[in-house]
Design a protein around this ligand. Sequence first.
Ligand code: 5AD
Ligand code: SF4
Ligand code: FES
Length: 344
Amino acid sequence: MTDQEIFEWLQKNNSRDLERLFRKAYAVKEEIVKKTVYFRGIIELSNICEKNCFYCGIRKDVSVNRYCLTRKEILQCAEFAFANDYGSLVLQAGERKDDAYIRFINETITQIKALSEGRLGITLSLGEQSYDVYKKWFDLGAHRYLLRIETSSETLYQRLHPADHSFHNRIQCLRDLKTIGYQVGTGVMIGLPHQKIEDLVRDIRFFSEYDIDMIGMGPYIPQERAPLSTQPVDLDLNFILALKMIALTRIVMPDINIAATTALQALDPNGREKALKAGANILMPNITPQQYRADYQLYNDKPCIEEEPLLCLGCLESRIKSLGETIGYDQWGDSIHFEKRSKK
Ligand code: 5AD
Ligand code: SF4
Ligand code: FES
């Protein structure tokens, strides 16, 4: 697909065109990654963050009850994931770089590996870190890392972040992760204030130029405690735009893993199913203990704040069955793209 074609699809909004695009993307998905959905249970282990991204509901300057799960609580979540045959889990948190925290994560990775005899895959989503820290975590057994670029436009990135947040460092982190041997995931927010269609086209090119293995992207949703929320956006449009981005990314990069993100479900009760129908193949059920969920609201109307992990699991199972897809229980579900890349 040429940039011009991507641009044109991103501008189409009538339901017949959308149907055509989603069907095309689904056909690519069926052929290449098949109709299996892989689960990554996500543990939001802490909302303490050193950063101050203008869009985020747990940025340093907002007043929210800060928590960090104990190691025991994290291990209980991991046991839940393992007992329910989730192939892998994601450890996500706000960004912290102090030594005590790094050691805490080191130990946590080691213990999760031990409790599952190495069978639970571990994906990290713990922000920007040094090469050595990434390397240490990889050596301890983490094998995938998610770090969204948020937008591939440097000028837009600067409008969304304070001056000391560096676009170039993010890119360097993505490079380091790849050098070390991680499967690398990135992604963007869709429908940001001042974001142009051209920026989104460039985002898709960015994914392919950086040879990314996994994508997690969703609509931007204002969070009332964050400064960016004073700038209005059209949420209906953002939702459709996000689905189109998923479909186009699937067509451009047929063998990568693409997540149906929770932010989509915040805007439409069937948002994640619609994303699976538009080419996504990964779901990230939230397995954070219920009592912490209200304090991890990066954006407004985040779903499943009141639900216990087991309830989410049953709910997701029936949603997936209704689409005629199967769940890849007990499998890591690595991106085919990564397998090919590592054989090169
Ligand atoms: N709307 C949508 N996504 C958001 N994120 C943070 N704040 C928002 C928001 N207001 C996303 C960012 C970050 C991920 C963990 O959550 O893309 O990388
Ligand atoms: Fe921190 Fe991530 Fe939120 Fe930025 S988006 S403030 S790094 S949790
Ligand atoms: Fe949480 Fe449906 S996914 S209740």
